[in-house]
Design a protein around this ligand. Sequence first.
Ligand code: PHE
Ligand code: NA
Length: 452
Amino acid sequence: MKREQWGSRTGFILAAVGSAVGLGNIWRFPYMAYENGGGAFFIPYLFAMLTAGIPFMILEFTLGHKYRSGAPKTLKALNNRFEWLGWFQVMISAIIAFYYVVVIAWAISYAYFAFTQAWGEDSNGFFFGEFLGLADGSAPSNLGGLQWHLLLPLCLAWAASFFATYRGVKGGIEKVNKVLMPLLFVMVLLLIGRIVFLPGALNGINWLLEPDFSKIWDLKVWSAAYGQIFFTLSVGFAIMLSYASYLPEKSDINNNAFMTVLMNCGFSMLAGIMIFGALGYMANAQDKELTEVVSSGVGLAFVTLPTAINLLPAPGVMGPLFFLALVFAGISSHISISEAVTTGLMDKLGWSRQKTATIFCSTGLVVSLLFITQGGLLLLDLVDYFINNIALLGSCLLELLLVGWLCRLEDFRGHANRLSEFTIGAWWTICIRFVSIGILVVILFNNILGAF
Ligand code: PHE
Ligand code: NA
């Protein structure tokens, strides 16, 4: 049977951008930048984008295009003894799919709450207390340890991924992204267009962009920048590889990779401007310092921004717009994670797409119930920490070692160049073989030590 294919080049790029642009761009990037020296973060970040992000994206597109299969089969083709790494990547993707979806479910609930700012004045108490039922354990919505009110949003989020992966590459994934991505960009532009004119907004934006060069010699900042690049681009765990395995024979690999990376990182900048503009306005309105209103982690999107939304003009419009943007960004990423698992299983086990998607999404729904229990948030934080700081970087490192040192890397460069409008030079090889690997070793070592 002939392998499915993307319907058009735009369709593929939108899907790849849809995967890359996710929750990570909207809430993770702004506070990572903020915590790591604001404007000074951009130097390590740009460096990471050029030396790791772009080369890795080209590599994954090339491998997917060349071997036309998901991770386990591709890695087996590269080296018989490395099939397990492909399964490891599929496993990481599956784990991410199980908890990422829960944050989307929160965002769906909040999009609904936002019409009336149902979180009230005390957005912190609302989020942890009434919403997650953590405050005193007596929250009414907390039956038998399960947050029942999250069940419907959770099912909706899984349904979107199920629909897309079941219908397949062209009829499902591409279709959904062609609608969601343009909408997402328009929504964020509308939000920015209103926010930047509010008093104090520019202070917030300046704060984000103002360089703090004292941080540039700090290993932590570099580690954060590389970690953010791998996560934000969805590279290193079979996702982009799976999408690229459905590219037609004639495809401009280098160009597609550049477009995907630049659009993702450009979107992150927009999201940073939007969030810090809103925070600057909020600080101004409450007569506080910006540092007093910023928070990191889940608190930024679900505690701080709701308070900021209360203060905005037309909160009943701005609020739903913001949370729906979060939902759209999240869903298009979740689809890609589910597809990486589906492609991996399907290609290796010979199951049909429909059967694989059904099994994975229904199992996934059940497993993610774990994260909507009383201990859900704690578990989510723990798993997220381990995945981002250790498993993900470890998987990236192993893949680069295998490809860079045990395979003929130059053949892959040739493969990408043969198809592309512009060619990549020896810098690509150097970045993969030395720069990325060297930096990953340092960061991973540092993170492992830091975890204990
Ligand atoms: N790249 C996505 C983001 O920035 C996150 C993601 C992670 C997507 C893992 C797919 C898989 O949010
Ligand atoms: Na991203």
